[in-house]
Design a protein around this ligand. Structure first.
Ligand SMILES: [Zn+2]
Length: 172
């Protein structure tokens, strides 16, 4: 069985604290060595020795060490924060995740804005092309009055659409 190490004259931390003889098959002995008395003291304070004993006995041997780690972690958190215990740490970390996700979204939006700005620098050429195309295909009489104007004064449906797609700070 699991009772090894501290069995005999030197009791495990649990049996020492509970002032009892450490049996050869003591369920605590493999996980609560006598040189770490604080580890057992804290789980005993929060969960109680008999509950820990029951929990460990219900588990297969290979899972007991992980269970003890989690019990120690939970007990430490409960002592540190009697109101929220572990959930205090969990909600703190969740809020950090949410904050970082927001920062990430802002950074991605900024990248997108920069890309759009870069595209806008190419826009004057596009506008000139659209203007020329509009002039060639123009069937509406009122456009004849505007075709000789500068790009910034041209009021044609194609360039107006382009403006609204790329934003309003087009400087030409
Ligand atoms: Zn023991």
């Amino acid at each position: 069985m699991g009772g090894s190490g501290t069995a005999g004259n030197s009791p495990c931390a649990s049996c020492k604290l509970l002032r009892r003889r450490c049996a050869k098959d003591c369920v605590f002995a493999p996980h609560f060595p006598s040189d770490h008395p604080h580890k057992f003291a804290i789980v005993h304070k929060v969960f109680g020795a008999s509950n820990i004993s029951k929990m460990l006995q219900e588990l297969p041997l290979p899972q007991r060490a992980d269970a003890v780690s989690s019990l120690v972690y939970e007990a430490t958190a409960r002592v540190r924060d009697p109101v929220y215990g572990c959930t205090g740490a969990i909600s703190y970390l969740q809020s950090q995740v949410a904050q970082l996700q927001m920062q990430l979204a802002l950074a991605q939006a900024e990248i997108l804005c920069n890309q759009i700005r870069q595209d806008q620098q190419l826009l004057p050429n596009t506008l000139q092309y659209l203007n020329e195309t509009a002039t060639q295909n123009n069937h509406m009489p009122q456009f004849h009055n505007f075709t000789s104007f500068d790009n910034k004064n041209v009021i044609c449906s194609d360039s107006f659409k382009k403006d609204s797609v790329y934003g309003c700070d087009l400087v030409s």
